[in-house]
Design a protein around this ligand. Structure first.
Ligand code: PMP
Ligand code: GLN
Length: 382
């Protein structure tokens, strides 16, 4: 394995899911739902397979899906997106990787918040670029960054700012003021903002999702990325997209075509239809998850953990210090045996592991009865 990938040789999700399977623990580590997406979506995809939509689709994605993405951006955010500037990818993961690989020369810098989704650091390393992580620190009952630290992370070599809102793992939703500052700094340094909005339909308590591209002047320097895995509870389908200014999307496409070429032929038409599901579908998704968030957060408090507020995503972050642990990784490695539950340590999402040392993430995208059982096991384990 090349030197620059050695720190990224395995993912915590695979390791913790394997441990959960081995021990029979309830897996609240890896974030994936335990129910399937909309019935019409599943039957459409099955019919497409039976109906012979099984060969290479166009490299940029089928026209119906690209148009549906553009329409989705108009419907939810008032964004004016030309379907010709939408590129379909193999999940958001490939869109992020292709963008970073397309934009960064070796030695260029990528500013991103830590903790971060683990593919970010691996992808930046693959590109030979440097990560400039800005801490999101506990701030009362939620997490926030220090504007001065953000400013200090920028340099003449900053090429990309990689922003994730709603944020995995902390559940932070960036507000307009925070996004504006990020946008201003990117503009000052002539950097491209790559935004990962895969949890765009999972915000709670009436909070709105604000796409970076909707801020004044930002569409021209922003690549907006999302995917279907979370929204339609089909994380294994791996269909995503990126849209933005034509020349930036063309650069991403140049890389993407040699990573996977294309993907998801039978899924693409089905997803094009699903994106047009009525508002009630999207409202129910967020409503259900808000209830699950409340159920798990309350239960984790009963089990003695310090619980942070989740404004978006399907994760809740806790501090295990009140249970007598100082190290979240140690807590997580023993939790399946001790309590029959799996979770992931936040330190693995950090360039500086000290930052998330005592923090642990739990996923709540599970059936209510599964969450209730997990809570009773945690309470019983003390
Ligand atoms: N970004 C974030 C923040 C995520 O949590 C995930 C979930 N796995 C992804 C990207 C990957 O999305 P996809 O499965 O569409 O590649
Ligand atoms: N995004 C999900 C999580 O954060 C799953 C990621 C993965 O399995 N690579 O848990």
């Amino acid at each position: 394995l090349v030197e620059r990938m050695r720190a990224h040789s395995s993912t915590i999700f695979a390791e913790m899911s394997a441990l959960a399977l081995r021990t029979g623990a309830i897996n609240l580590g890896q974030g994936f739902p335990d129910t399937d997406g909309p019935a019409s979506l599943l039957s459409d995809a099955a019919a497409n397979i039976q109906g012979g939509i099984n060969q290479y689709p166009p490299g940029i994605g089928i026209p119906e899906l690209r148009a549906a993405v553009a329409e989705h951006q108009r419907r939810f955010y008032g964004l004016d997106v030309d379907p010709d500037t939408v590129l379909v990818t193999t999940g958001a993961t490939e869109a992020i990787a292709s963008a970073v690989l397309a934009l960064c020369e070796a030695g260029d810098e990528v500013v991103t918040f830590q903790p971060y989704y683990d593919s970010y650091a691996a992808t930046i390393a693959l590109a030979g670029a440097q990560i400039r992580p800005v801490p999101l620190r506990p701030d009362g009952t939620s997490f926030a960054f220090d504007p001065d630290e953000l400013r200090a992370a920028f340099s003449a070599r900053t090429r990309v700012v990689l922003v994730n809102t709603p944020h995995n793992p902390t559940g932070t939703v960036l507000d307009r003021e925070q996004l504006t500052l990020i946008g201003e700094l990117a503009a000052e340094h002539d950097a491209v903002v790559v935004t990962d909005e895969v949890y765009e339909h999972m915000l709670y308590d009436g909070r709105p999702h604000i796409p970076m591209a909707s801020l004044p002047g930002m569409a021209e320097r922003t690549l907006t990325i999302s995917s279907v895995g979370k929204t339609f509870s089909v994380t294994g389908w791996k269909v995503g997209w990126v849209h933005g200014p034509g020349e930036l999307v063309a650069a991403v496409r140049a890389v993407k075509q040699f990573l996977t070429y294309v993907s998801g032929a039978p899924f693409q038409p089905a997803l094009a239809a699903a994106l047009g599901l009525p508002d009630a579908f999207y409202a129910e998704l967020a409503g259900d998850l808000q209830r699950k968030r409340d159920l798990l957060s309350k239960g984790l408090r009963e089990a003695g953990l310090q619980v942070f507020d989740t404004a978006g995503t399907y994760f809740v972050v806790t501090d295990v210090t009140p249970l007598g642990f100082t190290d979240g990784a140690e807590f997580c490695w023993s939790l399946p045996e001790r309590a029959g539950v799996a979770a992931v340590p936040v330190s693995v999402f950090c360039a500086d592991p000290e930052l998330g040392r005592s923090l642990v993430r739990f996923a709540f995208c599970k059936k209510d009865e599964v969450l209730a059982e997990a809570v009773s096991r945690l309470v019983a384990a003390g």
